[in-house]
Design a protein around this ligand. Structure first.
Ligand code: NAP
Ligand code: ZN
Ligand code: ZN
Length: 347
């Protein structure tokens, strides 16, 4: 076993603190990654605080992992020692169900093994995430990262990047489309960058008036403060697509009213509480309300390559790991610009 240092939550109430644990030895198909940076996703906070239920403790969160390969198993072909590598939200899946065979492992119909707060395929070995010094992952579930990039700014692509890229591709958002992005946080700011790069007219719908200049710098063409319902009235029947990244309960009907006929609202935010939707919000102009979860391995690689090619990186605030609990509090106050990333050298 490989002794590993990390930060863990021992339960839903107390702050995260130092934690030591063992990773499996490097198997024939595995790579050992020395973690350089790990992004801080709002899903980490939801799970640490058991907001979705079923949390497994101790929990070492983190699923936006970038590092350097320090050892490879003898059957590994994709990586060699010294390569940069990434790990996202899952580290294994059944590999045989229709979703896995289509490269949509995130929708595995048997068992998708989360990077943390989950169990391996044996259903009893807990998984520990990227707030740690190193990780062992099967190369099939490990992403290639182009060198010569600021790796702290690449890390958030592994979740925030793919979660916004995948639905934009699925719904073929691009030139001629009006895209609204609700919530300018980790996911939202990547939605803005990616949507704009694909040619859409992007409008940020935010509760924070002080984010307007940033939104425009990120590539947004318009900025609306959602607390001002009068301003919103002008945008009824306006958007072709709305990408909803909000992490807390909010009024879905209000946003649906901004869609035009046959428009689509894509939910990626995952507030713990259910939200009511009026049937009239959908039926009156034949609208769609859909969801999307991260992306599969092939599409995640495609997204990383796309971002490297188009010079798209996350805007980050790099923090030492000792500041993680404070970072969670700031995230709850929507005070993130626009992703916290842990520098693992501070562990
Ligand atoms: P984040 O950085 O905290 O951003 C969320 C943003 O939502 C905030 O910055 C804020 O933006 C807005 N917001 C917060 N509270 C709000 C409220 N009460 N009403 C309206 N807007 C509000 O979070 P994140 O990491 O981007 O994650 C967002 C959500 O996506 C989380 O629920 C997370 O679990 C989920 N998620 C889903 C997937 C998936 O696969 N579908 C993947 C990753 C994360 P403004 O200040 O601009 O209003
Ligand atoms: Zn995430
Ligand atoms: Zn499967």
């Amino acid at each position: 076993m490989i002794q590993t240092r990390g930060y863990a939550a021992q339960n839903a109430e107390n702050p995260l603190g130092p934690f030591s644990f063992a990773r499996r030895d490097v198997g024939a198909h595995d790579v050992l990654i020395e973690i350089l940076y790990c992004g801080v996703c709002h899903s980490d906070l939801h799970q640490v605080r058991n907001e979705w239920g079923g949390s497994i403790y101790p929990m070492v969160p983190g699923h936006e992992i970038v590092g350097r390969v320090s050892k490879v198993g003898d059957q590994v072909t994709k990586f060699k020692e010294g390569d940069f590598a990434g790990v996202g939200c899952f580290v294994d899946s059944c590999r045989t169900c229709p979703s896995c065979q289509e490269g949509l492992e995130q929708y595995c119909e048997v068992h998708n093994v989360g990077t943390y707060n989950s169990y391996e395929l044996d259903k009893k070995t807990p998984t520990y995430g990227g707030y740690s010094s190193q990780i062992v992952v099967d190369e099939k579930y490990t992403l290639k990262i182009a060198p010569d990039q600021d790796m702290s700014r690449v890390a958030p692509l592994l979740c925030a990047g793919i979660t916004t890229y995948s639905p934009l591709r699925q719904w073929q958002v691009g030139k001629g489309h009006k895209l609204g992005v609700v919530g300018l946080g980790g996911l939202g700011h990547m939605g803005v960058k990616l949507g704009a790069s694909m040619g859409a007219e992007v409008t940020v719908l935010s509760t924070s008036p002080n984010k307007e200049a940033d939104a425009r710098a990120l590539g947004a063409h318009k900025f609306l403060v959602t607390r001002d319902e009068d301003q919103l009235k002008e945008y009824r029947n306006y958007f072709d697509f709305i990408l909803d990244t909000v992490s807390a309960p909010h009024n879905l009907d209000m946003y649906l009213s901004l869609l035009r006929r046959d428009g689509t609202m894509i939910l990626v935010g995952a507030p713990p509480e259910p939200a009511p939707v009026s049937g009239f919000s959908l039926i009156s102009r034949r609208k769609r309300l859909v969801g999307s979860m991260i992306g599969g391995i092939p599409e995640t690689q495609e997204m990383l390559d796309y971002c490297a090619q188009h010079n798209i990186l996350s805007d980050v605030e790099v923090i030492p790991i000792a500041q993680i609990n404070e970072a969670y509090e700031r995230m709850l106050r929507s005070d993130v610009k626009y992703r916290f990333v842990i520098d693992m050298a501070t562990l």
